[in-house]
Every structure is written in C-alpha cells, then in structure tokens.
Ligand binder design. Sequence first.
Ligand code: PLP
Length: 390
Amino acid sequence: MSNKWSSTRVQGIKFSEIREVVTKVEAAKKQGISNTNFSIGRPDFDTPDHIKAAAKDALDRGMVHYTASPGILPLREALCTRLEKDFQLTADPDEIIFSSGATEAIYIALQAILEPGDEVVVPEPMYVYYTGWSFLGGARCVTIPLAETDDFLLTADRLKEFITDKTKVVILNSPNNPTGQVYRREDLEKIAELAIARDFLVISDDIYNHQVFDDAAYCPIAGFPGMKERTIIIGSFSKSYAMDGWRIGYLVAPLPIVSDAMKMHQHIVSCPNTFVQFGAQAALEGPQDCVYEMADEFDRRRKLVISCLDQIGLPCVRPRGAFYAFPSIRKYGMTAKAFSDLLLSEARVAVVPGSAFGDAGEGHIRIAYSTSYEEIEQGMERIGEAVRNL
Ligand code: PLP
C-alpha cells in the first residue's frame, strides 16, 4: 500500500509471503475454520524449563536495564565454549554480537559491508529476506538457481559462474530453508578455496546446525583454513532451543566487521534484551539433551512426511536437514501459489508456495513439519485426498 510518505527504500522490499500464509490461517481460525499449519517454520515445542527459569530469575534479580551492546560477557564466553565443543570453532568474545534473532544479525552484517554497486550472491531457493536485505544495503542480490536434479546443492563450479569483480559476499544457508538440503563437505571446501581466490566474504547462515539427519553433517565453512577471516557466522536460539519468540541470535565475525556491525546494532537496538540473555546463557551452558531430543522428534516427523509424499506421489528431494520438505507439484500444471491456495481451501492445510523463496522455488511447496506427528498424519492424508481429486 503506497502513500506519499513512503520511502523508495521501503518500496524496494516486500512483505514476507510466509507471514501472508500465517495471516490467512489466523483469519480462518477466527471464523472457526481450523487448518493444519505446515506454513510456519518454528519448533512447536515449548522452551526447555531450565532456560525459562534462568530468564525468570534474571527478572527477579532486577536484570531489567541495558547491557553492553554486544551482550553480557558471560553469554559471549558461553557461546565461545559451545561453538568449540559442538563444532570445533574457535571464537573470541570480542568477535561476537548478540542480536534480536538471526534476522537482526544478518541485517547488520550486510549493512556493515555493502556499498552501492556491490553484488550479494545467494543460491536459490532461499530464505525470504536475503533479497530485501541486500537491497537495503544498496547492493544487488544475484541469485543462483539450484535445480532439484542437482538435489538443490551448490557446487564451487556452479558458484564460480556467478562471481564477478562486484561480488562482495556470498550467503550460504545449510541446512537450508526451504529445501531441507545440507551442503556437502567437499563442496564447501572448494567454495572456501574460491572465496579466498576471488576475495569475497561469506555469510554462513547456520541457524539449523543442530537439525541434520541421515548421513548428512553440518560443516561450518568458517572452519576451513583461511576462512575464519572472511566468514560471518550467523546463529540463533530460535530453532535449536525452541526460542523463536525470545528473539535472540548472534553473529561471529572478524573484529573490523564486528566493529562496523556494532555501530548498526547500536543504532537499531542499543543492546539485546537483558533478561533474555540470561535465558540464552542457560541454554548454552545447561544440558543439551533437549536440543537432540527435539532434533530426534523432527527426524521422526521427517520420515513420516517423506513416506506420505511417496504414497501421494509428490516427488521430493529427500530432506536431510532443518525441518522442511520441498516437494515438486509441477505435474499438476499449476503455479505454486495456486496449488497452495487450493490446499488451503480444499484440504485445510497451509503450506508456503515455493515461489516465496524466489523464482527457482516455483513448482514446489514448502512443508514445515514443525507440528505434531498426529497433525502431520492428518494433514498429509487431506493433501492426498485433494491431490487425488485433481
Ligand atoms: N535465516 C533462516 C534461513 C531462517 O529460516 C530464519 C527463520 O526462519 C532466520 C534466518 C531468522 O531467524 P531468527 O528467528 O533467529 O531471527
């Protein structure tokens, strides 16, 4: 909706189509129509009790004032320990900024490094905001269409075709939203060599790093020789600890980039929410069983979704990470949007059209299996019925 006060900046970005579907589901609910919701990509689990208790305790102890801009030191230290333990990544507390979710972290990172004329290269299908974030940084988002025939995987050879002298940064997201694919170690190693040879930065959006299945493994690109100096690692508590509503995430980057990103961070939020930081510290320092129990449950649901899709006859590259399946609906000759609308009206199942994740997502739908096993059974059953009637 444009108005005479609207800036060209804001006119150049779009509303999230994921949120559009969520709004439709909520509107239907108000009218008494309940839908199975496969649209929202967030764990349906509650935040583990020990994390909540730490945040409550912080409130009770009067932790209600601003903290240091990058977040409290014990939290940054706890993250260094966790990164080392879980992923053999070394970081210094000064290289970390805690942010309002990964959302703010990616935004400030791009604002810190982009200049007009720069190119941001992103494999597509891709998370909905990368294009807008690049635009807000005055840069152009150059997308690499990935095909399901290549299992939606990025190789260094494919990436090479899109690198120019204007390439400032490549954004990688593995495990991937929306495809559920996990990049192979050997590909990442070659991509790292390319980054060094062609002198570009990498933003490694690693927020699904605890949700990896089958024989897939999360491989942080920052771990390859020479890469820590040119990688901005993006992390979040939203998916691993079921803390999406807490709005806490982080970036880990080389010091000069952290210093620039910090200026942006101060201009936007001053510092992360104080009592939330204590919850986040408890998440990092406390027992990690909850993380792996949730991931195991996602795996159980993933197998269910795969077997239902097979039965229905919707071809799908086997998802091996995050909590999304991205089946093809091409054989029905409909746009992803029309197909998703049909599922909502005929099957009362909300999914996100693949086109929401860029042109390369057309012909697919994203199913987020972040709802209960029973709901998935029922929802997939109704998708099957709707598809049989086509
Ligand atoms: N990056 C990806 C790939 C995502 O899927 C999401 C959220 O769904 C985000 C970033 C933002 O996460 P956060 O909740 O930490 O802001």
